[in-house]
Design a protein around this ligand. Structure first.
Ligand SMILES: Nc1nc2c(ncn2[C@@H]2O[C@H](COP(=O)(O)OP(=O)(O)O)[C@@H](O)[C@H]2O)c(=O)[nH]1
Ligand SMILES: [Mg+2]
Length: 323
């Protein structure tokens, strides 16, 4: 495939499929394509959207995305789905919840593949994001369910992370994850059409919680807004806020630093995964790993000594290798 192929929707879809494939020749072709398109990437506004199931992510993305396409922006929607392995389903499997956007010629929706690992899913989503940018999309929305490490992972590939929250503050605040508060850039209390008063109470609750985790040196805390994905209330203001925050981060250099850090962390995680795969595929490890694990589990060998033993094994050049 060549970069020109990305100008059609079908071509973009095929390129993403190529990047998702585990076949080695596909991987090689995808890597080559991604290297070629690098100069065309990086201009899009990368926006993460997270929240528990039922908070209204699909409905929100449908309305918000439609608002953006009505402004002439091209919008791509991708997903990192930590639940797809277990359920076999995927976040964007229910395109019915994005009825408007899935019919919109200005939008591209890509259901998440049934991933093997969260890290693997994240790597594919990053590549899909680059392909969408090269295809000319102005806004790339990465959706994730707030499960496990997924929101940290999304925050690590976007410019801004938006968390949608339910308006029933009392119960919700108990369960809000500190990890989320630390990585969120904008918090939106969704479904504010249901109960205005409750939504306002939720807002001040979240504001308090955000101040508590804020870094001491007067750094900014995430703003909290009220929105309704159903009625569209607050979405225009939310987009304005997004644009303003991103422009400010660009002007201060914070956006460039964030992206540079993301690239290096991505490199590190690719290297770590590659080493892990190489380790697990090493015949010397395959030959003894089961026994060593058993020895560790029976307490015959301390885990630390066992790890040293295995790592020392692979530090030697492979049999028939060098020399
Ligand atoms: N009243 C109200 N209901 C909403 C709103 N957004 C979503 N819903 C409803 O909440 C339920 C879950 O929405 P969905 O978008 O599928 O949530 P997701 O699981 O986070 O993707 C559906 O029944 C929606 O109709 C909203 O802004 N207001
Ligand atoms: Mg959904």
């Amino acid at each position: 495939m060549t970069p020109e192929d990305l100008t059609t929707r079908a071509g973009l879809s095929r390129a993403i499929t190529l990047a998702e494939s585990s076949r080695r020749d596909h991987q090689t072709a995808a890597r080559r394509l991604i290297s070629q398109i690098m100069p065309l990437t990086g201009k899009a506004c990368r926006l993460g959207v997270t929240g528990v199931p039922g908070v209204g992510k699909s409905t929100f993305i449908d309305t918000f995305g439609s608002l953006l396409t009505s402004k002439g922006l091209k919008v791509a929607v991708l997903a990192i789905d930590p639940t797809s392995r277990r359920s076999g389903g995927s976040i964007l499997g229910d395109k019915t919840r994005m009825a408007k956007l899935s019919m919109d010629p200005g939008a591209f929706i890509r259901p998440s593949p049934a991933g093997d690992t969260l890290g693997g899913a994240a790597a594919r989503t990053r590549e899909a994001m680059l392909l969408c940018e090269a295809a000319g999309f102005d806004v790339v929305i990465v959706e994730t369910v707030g499960v496990g490490q997924s929101e940290t992972m999304v925050s690590d590939m976007v410019d801004l992370l938006l968390a949608l929250m339910l308006p029933n503050a009392g119960d919700e605040l108990q369960g809000i994850k500190k990890g989320l508060l630390e990585v969120v850039d904008i918090l939106a209390v969704n479904k504010c059409d249901l109960d205005r008063k409750a939504a306002e109470r939720a807002r001040s609750g979240y504001e308090t919680a955000l101040h508590l985790v804020a870094p001491a040196e007067g750094a900014h805390t995430a703003p909290v807004r009220l929105v309704s994905g159903q009625t569209g209330e607050g979405l225009e203001e939310l987009w304005d806020l997004t644009v303003r925050m991103r422009a400010a981060a660009h002007a201060s250099g914070a956006l460039q630093r964030r992206r540079a850090l993301q690239q290096v962390r991505w490199l590190d995680s690719l290297v770590a995964e590659g080493l892990q795969r190489r380790f697990e595929a090493d015949p010397r490890i395959i030959a003894c790993l089961k026994d060593v694990r058993e020895d560790v589990s029976n307490g015959r060998m301390p885990a630390s000594a066992a790890a040293d033993y295995l790592l020392d094994l692979t530090a030697e050049p492979p049999l028939g290798g060098r020399g």
